[in-house]
Design a protein around this ligand. Sequence first.
Ligand SMILES: Nc1ncnc2c1ncn2[C@@H]1O[C@H](COP(=O)(O)OP(=O)(O)OP(=O)(O)O)[C@@H](O)[C@H]1O
Length: 260
Amino acid sequence: MMPAISLSGVDVSFATPAGPFRALDKVALEVPDGRFCVLIGPSGCGKSTLLRVMADLQQPSNGSVSVFGRDPAAARRERRISFVFQDATLLPWRSVLDNVRLPLQVGGWSKLGRAHRDPAEMIALVGLAGRESALPHQLSGGQRQRVAIARALVTRPDILLMDEPFGALDEITRERLNEELLRIWQETRTTVVFVTHSLSEAAFLGQTIVVMGARPGRLTKVVSLDKDTSTHDIDRSSAEFFEITSALRTHLEEAERAAA
Ligand SMILES: Nc1ncnc2c1ncn2[C@@H]1O[C@H](COP(=O)(O)OP(=O)(O)OP(=O)(O)O)[C@@H](O)[C@H]1O
């Protein structure tokens, strides 16, 4: 089956006053359609840069990228890739419903002739039914991120890229949103690439966990977990969960040692 995302030999170099800075070095990765893939790695190892390459927001200096076998620029033009960032970036003067509708009102959406999802249904999917007319300042940080997820899904994307979406939230809210996100993913079956600094978040969410090392940014380990994806009943206090988190910590420490 055609992978959702395929990267081969991807290098990214940035021009800096001190000369070229190599942010990514020969990154090769395939993300199968419908998979929940998590990226972890030390700060500055290139996780956000890698997401930007997948979204066609950053051109690789070398290597190739394809999205469902095609140029990622086509996927971007057709709005088949959505992004969720750490900050929900909602328009403060628009209600929840109008923020979720926004992607269908801008960027030439109507000319694409693509089917979209119902904004009200997306609001219900993220657990905010009844709050459609609220303004962003009337919501908690976790609720604002729920709106950002609803807004990202309204265009029926094939791929959802999430850059530390819950990084600014307290632990309990983050855990609840992790559970909600798994439920949403199981309902929509969108391919997800999710960046986090939290090992327990990575272990909880990921089917594939990609560990990155720094200087230059590269993949050091790809861990595939044989999770039952038909349920989201993952026990964070189980021995298995502890083992996965410990193994990820070891991989991350190895990646950090190699970059030191
Ligand atoms: N436009 C740019 N010009 C120069 N250097 C850049 C540019 N964008 C990113 N970098 C550098 O590339 C490296 C990778 O950055 P990136 O933001 O992808 O890392 P990250 O792993 O997402 O970091 P963090 O976990 O701290 O968010 C960093 O060293 C960063 O300073």
